[in-house]
Design a protein around this ligand. Structure first.
Ligand code: ZN
Length: 292
């Protein structure tokens, strides 16, 4: 009857999805003994959520749907703190996900496997870099595949979690990249065409480049608090080149030598505006703690 991925697709909001993924991870969605519903009648019929299993007596949901919905409020914060990762690989499921050891299992939700080379998981966003490093540790740079990473959404009637997932899954690539490539979508107001280009900036990168980007973002966030970040963005968004350079050099001159070296290395002042916007959109998803 319903497979794990069918349960995933029933989730209307991020918290419901994270609940479902956690139960899949804990193998708590065992429905083999659940009675399948008969046809609709005046007094009974299938569960109004899954449309497959019998409703509980005098209720509108089956026992599994009731279970998921009753636990969903416990996962609202988990949904806000997490990202979703839709992965397709060329050489089977990545080793760290086949039997996740305790270190990884603590910060992922799922995975739910789709066929033999695709999966969906939730991951605490501040741990994304740790997870990607585990993948590299296990496979080097030999794994072929594509990870599409994006935030959850709430129960927005205009765009449900289900809509987002279906959009993500439609982007199954006809040819898996030889080198594991990461596409990060920092917000959900995206179109199918934006997979490759986000606001004009190419948001796909080989895994090592993406890890380096997250690492830079973590260091940046570690050095600069929210007020400094706003100040930097204001300077860099200046419409006048001379004004931008004047205020930038003034700002850099006030920093410690090590910070000056960092800013010089990343060369942020010369980034394209799309690259800058992308970087600042990523910041909320990385920790200010560089040991993560
Ligand atoms: Zn149900």
């Amino acid at each position: 009857m319903l497979e794990p991925f069918d349960w995933v697709r029933l989730a209307r909001g991020g918290a419901e999805l994270m609940t479902t993924l956690r139960f899949i991870q804990n193998e708590a969605l065992d429905t083999k003994d659940h009675p399948v519903a008969g046809p609709h009648s005046a007094l009974s019929g299938p569960c109004i959520r899954c449309g497959v299993y019998s409703r509980r007596p005098r209720k509108t949901y089956c026992s599994t749907c009731s279970f998921i919905l009753s636990k969903t409020p416990n996962y609202i914060q988990a949904s806000k703190d997490s990202l979703l990762l839709w992965g397709q690989t060329g050489g089977g499921i990545p080793r760290p996900l086949r039997h996740p050891h305790q270190k990884i299992a603590k910060f992922i939700y799922g995975p739910a496997f789709f066929k033999d080379n695709a999966f969906l998981l939730g991951i605490k966003s501040f741990k994304l870099i740790t997870f990607l490093r585990e993948i590299v540790f296990a496979h080097g740079y030999d794994l072929s595949g594509h990870f599409l990473i994006f935030p959850t959404v709430g129960t927005n009637p205009k765009m449900t979690m289900n809509d987002v997932l279906i959009t993500a899954m439609r982007q199954r690539l006809p040819i898996i990249p030889d080198q594991l490539t990461i596409t990060f979508m920092p917000n959900m107001y995206w179109s199918v065409n934006s997979r490759k280009m986000w606001k004009g900036y190419d948001n796909s990168a080989p895994i090592q480049e993406f890890i380096a980007l997250l690492d830079t973002a973590q260091t940046f966030k570690h050095i600069f608090g929210p007020q400094d970040q706003d100040h930097i963005l204001n300077i860099l968004n200046s419409s006048s080149f001379q004004e931008k350079m004047f205020h930038w050099h003034r700002f850099v001159g006030l920093q410690d030598t090590s910070v000056q070296e960092f800013l010089s290395t990343i060369n942020m002042v010369n980034w394209l505006s799309e690259q800058r916007t992308y970087f600042f959109e990523i910041l909320p998803y990385v920790s200010y703690n560089t040991t993560n």
